[in-house]
Design a protein around this ligand. Structure first.
Ligand code: BTN
Length: 243
């Protein structure tokens, strides 16, 4: 595996996409100490100061049916949540599809970007941002109340390298299980860590919004939402707000 470390990048996802298009193999890991233009979902930015967070992207070239691709974002969320729980002893949960929360505040986010060609998925860049040693005063105003870091939840500073190693080991193990056709364990873990299941929520998508109750996460990582008229919708992507 190639591990590429940079002191500074605009975005590890941008760098990983360039490397993937140049043919870098599955498993290539791109890490930066800081990002000048870290990207979040839905056009948001990701606050990426030096010496505090983990900013990393991995190139994957999965041979999977297209409908199973969302399993990768679920497994990534599970690996990140387990890393907070098992390496740092912090009670992390997953807010579907892939925000990681501690005590209801966001501590990590995932940005997966798939590039397709005529044969289907050419590669996926899975980008992970984790707030580790950040002091909350440093966060931009809008995030200060909604975000947290490992440090803010449990004062001891921790080694980012150790956390990253723990994360990569868990990611690899869940990914190899997926490729081997055994996703059940990961799915079960993802459901048990989910803050959405059983909750009334509002879902915002590019097409509008829905209000209903999250009843389950299906075998592909999609959210099953029952609306007020009893219709169950299979949600592939969107943003939820628990009501
Ligand atoms: C989100 O919650 O909106 C997703 C945030 C993803 C941030 C990470 S940091 C490493 C990688 N590079 C980026 O530009 N974004 C992701």
């Amino acid at each position: 595996t190639d591990y590429l470390y940079y002191q500074e990048l605009d975005s590890t996802n941008n760098r990983a996409r360039v490397l993937a298009s140049e043919g870098y193999p599955e498993g290539t890991v791109v890490v930066a100490d800081m990002q000048t233009a870290g990207r979040g979902r839905r056009g948001r930015s990701w606050y990426s100061p030096s010496n505090q967070g983990i900013y990393m992207s991995v190139i994957l070239r999965p041979v999977l049916p297209l409908k199973e691709i969302s399993r990768i974002s679920l497994l990534t969320a599970v690996a990140v949540a387990e890393t907070f729980e098992e390496e740092l002893n912090l009670p992390a949960r997953i807010k579907w599809p892939n925000d990681i929360l501690i005590n209801d505040k966001k501590v990590a986010g995932i940005l997966s970007e798939a590039v397709t060609d005529m044969d289907g998925i050419e590669y996926i860049v899975v980008g992970i941002g984790m707030n580790i040693n950040n002091q909350l005063q440093g966060f931009p105003g809008d995030f200060r109340t909604a975000a947290t870091s490992a440090r803010a939840e449990d004062a001891r500073p921790v080694s980012r390298v150790k956390v990253l190693q723990g994360l990569l080991a868990r990611l690899e193990s869940h990914y190899l299980d997926l490729l081997a056709g055994s996703f059940e364990g990961t799915l079960k873990k993802g459901k048990s860590l989910s803050v959405a299941i059983g909750q009334e929520l509002r879902l915002d998508t590019i097409n509008g919004f829905l209000v209903g109750k999250a009843i389950d996460i299906d075998e592909n990582g999609f959210l099953l939402l029952r609306d007020q008229s009893g219709i169950v919708h299979t949600i592939i992507s969107g943003e939820i707000t628990i009501l």
